[in-house]
Ligand binder design. Sequence first.
Ligand code: KG4
Ligand code: ZN
Length: 338
Amino acid sequence: MKLLVIETTCDETAAAIVAEPLTVLSSVVASQDALHKHYGGVVPEIASRAHVERILPVIDEALRRANLELSQIDAVAVATTPGLAGSLLVGLSAAKALCLAIGKPLVAIDHLQAHIYACKVAGAEDLFPCVGLVVSGGHSGLYRCNDALDFKFLGGTVDDAAGEAFDKVAVLLGLPYPGGPSIERAAKAGSADAHSFPRAFVHDRDKVIFSFSGLKTAVRYQIAPVGETPRPESLSPKTIADLAASFQEAVVDCLVDKSLVAVEMTGLRTLAIGGGVAANGRLRSRFEETCRQRNIRLFIAPKNLCTDNAAMGAIALERLKAGLVEPLTLDVRPGVVR
Ligand code: KG4
Ligand code: ZN
């Protein structure tokens, strides 16, 4: 069984060919970073227009690398939720057209579930059941993942996603987009103890809940007092490094803390982490250390499967095997489905 997977939830245009038993035959990602970097964040209209230009060449390239013709594909899968409406629509329209052309079924993917499934794509055969932590640009949440078809939301952010906070703090510090990698680079020369930024809800032991908006505001007022406009160009490299390191540590503290609460709540002893922010080196080493000390099995998606890609959409193989195919009247769902 061979599946073409399409991913256009945000600003990466991606396609992959995956096969059963779970193998990635090809995976192509066309990044739009160069288009959005002038704005310090993703501009939805630019993203959807760029998807339109790139989607067919990216699909062609995925087929070419897998050495397959479209007619050899058994189904087409596409991420339909959550994401930017205009971006999701490009992927779904392409997937529907291909299904119609080759007479094969359509499979829908939940992008957040796919971020966790990236751990399985990377080889974690006995991943389920597990606690799943998704930390991306648009979402931060913890899930009880019973199997590939059964994810229960335990709790998440009440305001900014972790990646969104990285991106916005990077703008305050005058660092280039995407903010996560820039802050990680800058933080290497800084001290995580330089500033004691807030860690929202860390004393709340019975709730899985994040908030990163106050942390972002705390960084802003550290840069310039109330009434003054922050001017990144006035910050010294040492100041930027210290702010970046202290901010990064506060985010990681919150993520580690609430992941442990979720592990306690569920009684599960496996933790799986995916999403763009999971590419962060400090996050990875802190989780590795914490889980080793507590005897929790830890899977973190490899860095190339953390940021958006279509290979993680191999979760669609499980849906197809379970007979979960969709009508061609399927619509996108930009908001999170719980
Ligand atoms: O999963 P993803 O590619 O897209 C969404 O589904 O949102 O995540 C993108 C986010 C961005 O906010 C980006 O700044 C962040 O992941 N990110 C990182 C790192 N690499 C990407 N955050 C922290 N450290 C990184 N190394
Ligand atoms: Zn994502």
